[in-house]
Design a protein around this ligand. Structure first.
Ligand code: UDP
Length: 256
């Protein structure tokens, strides 16, 4: 990824508070597993720049670069599915630790908060405490998902965005937004700039898992799906500039 120092323009963000969802695959090189600190530092640098505009940022980290519960159990009867999901949640904590150090090496104040208690390395997630950190300008990294098995960190991100009263959920991906079809397989796939929740559900579009979409729809939480690898895009997304695909109810399209 190129340096994005010049890509982000100045000006205040239109959002007071956002939740940024970063998938585990972002923590490593394309096609690889594990953690690549150069990739983590790129995310941290973009986040640091975005935070300079005064928006409060909470980051929900995924763990797919290390382990996904559903994949891990497939074909094996010697591990219970719930156990594998807990392992997946622990994977997100490793990513959270890496991101915390990357952000702090850039001078950002952070807190790592986990939905499963790990007192030696992180504080337990307590909604009021997380809000207080955000109000003080700290970047709060939320790891271990919801703390419960059988869901993904997309659902955790939606849950946290709602309870922390974020203005929007920003989903960082490696594609430019939501397409009508897989753009790598179908050259005629269309990139949407805006969608409502019903369109996502009816067309079975790959935005977030279905639980997360249903919950976002129920509570009218806007979701922006964008390509974090394009220089300056995290900054733009946090400031509310036009980038990626916005998913929201029709009435919010006019407002957001
Ligand atoms: N997970 C879970 N409960 C949660 C969040 C995550 O059980 O609330 C488990 C689940 O097995 C998931 C894994 O942790 O596959 C890693 O999270 P996820 O797949 O969402 O990571 P990402 O795809 O964002 O990298």
């Amino acid at each position: 990824m190129a340096d994005d120092a010049e890509a982000g323009s100045t000006g205040r963000s239109k959002y007071r508070r956002v939740v940024l969802k970063i998938s585990g695959e972002s923590f490593t090189h394309p096609g690889e597993r594990g953690i690549a600190m150069d990739e983590v530092v790129q995310i941290a640098e973009q986040t640091q720049r975005a935070a300079q505009h005064g928006t409060e940022i909470a980051i929900v980290v995924g763990g797919g670069n290390i382990l996904r519960g559903a994949h891990f159990t497939s074909g094996s009867s010697s591990i219970q599915e719930a156990t594998a999901h807990y392992m997946g949640m622990l994977a997100t904590v490793m990513n959270g630790l890496a991101l915390q150090d990357a952000l702090e090496s850039l001078g950002c104040a952070t807190r790592l908060s986990t939905a499963i208690r790990m007192d030696g390395i992180a504080e337990p997630y307590i909604r009021r405490r997380a809000r207080r950190h955000l109000e003080k300008g700290r970047i709060v990294i939320l790891a271990a998902g919801t703390g419960s098995p059988f869901v993904t960190t997309d659902t955790a991100a939606t849950q946290r965005a709602l309870e922390l009263e974020a203005d929007i959920l920003l989903k960082a991906t490696r594609v430019d937004g939501v397409y009508s079809d897989d753009p790598e397989k179908n050259p005629h796939a269309v990139l949407y700039s805006e969608l409502n929740y019903q369109e996502v559900q009816q067309q079975n579009l790959r935005v977030m898992d279905s639980t997360a979409i249903a919950q976002s729809m129920e509570h009218d939480l806007p979701i922006l799906v964008f390509n974090y690898r394009k220089p300056g895009n995290i900054d733009k997304a946090v400031r509310g500039e036009k980038v990626g695909t916005l998913v929201c109810s029709n009435k919010k399209v006019a407002k957001v």
